[in-house]
Structures are given as C-alpha cells and as structure tokens.
Design a protein around this ligand. Sequence first.
Ligand SMILES: [Zn+2]
Length: 173
Amino acid sequence: MTTQTFDRMIKRLRGSYEKKMPDATILSFWYDEAGASVPDEAADWIYAWVKNQHSDRWPNHFQDVLIRAHQEWFSAHPEKRAFEPKRICNEPNCEDGLFWVQRHEPQFGYWAGYAIPCICGRKRMGDIPRWYWADLARAGYRAKPEEEFFRYSVREHGTINDAVKKTADGMGW
Ligand SMILES: [Zn+2]
C-alpha cells in the first residue's frame, strides 16, 4: 500500500487505543516490515483484524502483529498473491526516494544543498532517518531549483553522505 494509506491506517489504529502516532523512523520501519507488500484495499481489513485480536490494549511487538495480519489477509484473499509490491510515493518533491533540498546555513554563509531520504524508503542512506516533506519544510529546507547548487555544496563539503551527516549533526538527529 502507499505510505499515505499505511499512515492513515496506523493513525486510525493508534487513535483507537488512544495512542499518539510514533515518530517517522518507527513508522517507516513498520512500513518496510509490513506495509509495502500489501495493496491499499487491505487497510480496512487489517485494521479490523488487529482490533479483533487485540481488543484490550495496544499489542507488544507491533511489527510482528502487522506481519501476521498481512499473512492472514493473503490467506483470506489468495487471488491477490500476484500483487507486486510497488513503492508509490505522493510526497511533494520526492525524486525516486530523495529530496534534493537547500537551506541557508549561517555558519557557511550561503545556501547549502543536501540530498535527504524520503519517508517512502525508495532510497536508503545508511541509518539517516527518512523525512516527510512537511517536516523538512518546517525545518527550513526548500526544494532545490538548480542542479549547480548541489554540486557546489558537495564540492565544498565532501560527499553527499558527508553533507547529509552534517545536516544530521546540526539538527540533532
Ligand atoms: Zn518519496
């Protein structure tokens, strides 16, 4: 399912146990483990299954519960076995799993460019957390219009990963 459908399903589930949404890292971990591999139409079924199995409280080892729910869904819908998991992303400015962004860095005295992994998880950069676009925008990043800008930044700061790590340090990830 899409990250949007998955997040909506989790939000509804969490809400029904009076729990807040987990942070983006946990959410993307759950998605990788047990969200990407089933179609959108499974969301309501999985919601109901989890509620039925764990009516009293939020289950421990939730990712295992999710995986189980997905197996049960496929058992109940064997004709869907051929479903090809496809990572679809509706995040604005996501290019194959990366946000190419820039931010003004007072310590450098100019706008620096970065590549930051998107929540959809189509591109991984080690253990650097994946982001929603809205959170990046709130943190002062903006979509990078020119290719030149990024090359400049990478030349100044080393590799793409170095640049992202600098950002990570600066933001206290
Ligand atoms: Zn994405």
